[in-house]
Design a binder for this molecule. Sequence first.
Ligand code: PA5
Length: 429
Amino acid sequence: MISLNIEKTLGFISKENVFAYEAQVKAAQEALENGTGKGNDFLGWLHLPSSITKEHLADLKTTAQTLRDNCEVVVVAGIGGSYLGARAVIEALSNSFTWLQDKKTAPVILYAGHNIGEDYLYELTEYLKDKKFGVINISKSGTTTETALAFRLLKKQCEDQRGKDMAKKVIVAITDAKKGAARVTADNEGYKSFIIPDNVGGRFSVLTPVGLLPIAIAGFDIEKLVAGAVAMEKACGKDVPFAENPAAIYAATRNELYKNGKKIEILVNYNPKLHYVSEWWKQLYGESEGKDNKGVFPVAGEFSEELHSVGQFIQDGSPIMFETFLDVKKQNASLIVEPDEKEDYFDYLDGKDFWEINKAAYHATVTAHSKKLPCMTFELDELDAYHFGQLFYFFQFACYLSCKIMGVNPFDQPGVEAYKKWMFEALGK
Ligand code: PA5
């Protein structure tokens, strides 16, 4: 299981004060189980993992196989909660250079609908020109401008290149059961479609088809992913004591740090493959907690790279943040530093594994930064689908608790509407 260590926050806050949140956490858990409290029509994620049926997984796997059989490339069109979770898993578990290799074991997964940059979309459509590609159109509301525009573009290109019949086979919709443009198009065109349950909000939807279908197409084990989430659902259960519930400890600690002036949390990794894990986490916490003039601002730390940029600020600048280090215990690849013919400054590293050197950098950073700032560490046993299931459920549950302690509704996003109003006005909607 995921383990959390808060020892290196304790020079800054006390354990007693962290444990003082126990009653609030218990009340939040009761509200969750009883379906009461603000946003109580969005609690479908709570028992989602344990309610996923074999039939549902089989349906997803059959659809995934159809796309795997008929596509060299699958474009996932979605934004925010409608794509980040899938991308986090796919980029972490895939070979970083797979898409440049000639022999591929799964379609290359590309993304659209998460921006309206003309360069990105133009270059994507150019790249797809000679490719057998399919599209997954993911939008809960079915009204999101970025996704709807990208889908319109890709649908036409797919039909033009592959013909209407094949397009119908390789375009899939994941959306609301009844509402929105994505639903209307899917029904009119006869696309295979999956439903995002009403009571599961976008950023809590990675364990619905939103995350599961693209992950299955990329070739990763969605049964194991769900099994990991089920294990974490149990570990966060209402009868688990506060001290043994990692999500409760995490939520309480970050609230206590916030109360003590730490307004920024940096989620740190030492593996570039985890970039989109941080992006998913940033969206979950930023959109859930940042409202009513409250919230811990979530940022990512991509180390050791950023130790050579913002590392200076973290160690030596305004002490406004705390750090949460995400560490994976099991070594994946092995690469040894071979001795060089000529002596140089790096001979002391001869024979060492890059894994060991990276770990040394990690432990050294925790030691150095914790002299200045509170640091928490998360340990994940292994980077695989099962542990991703755990990680997703863990962060969702902790996010709910953290918002409740902070006194905000985790499930709305009123601030997102402000820019849209001005954009729609400028575009004459
Ligand atoms: O968490 C959320 O609700 C948002 O981030 C949504 O996922 C995002 O805005 C995309 O919305 P939709 O799926 O309706 O296109």
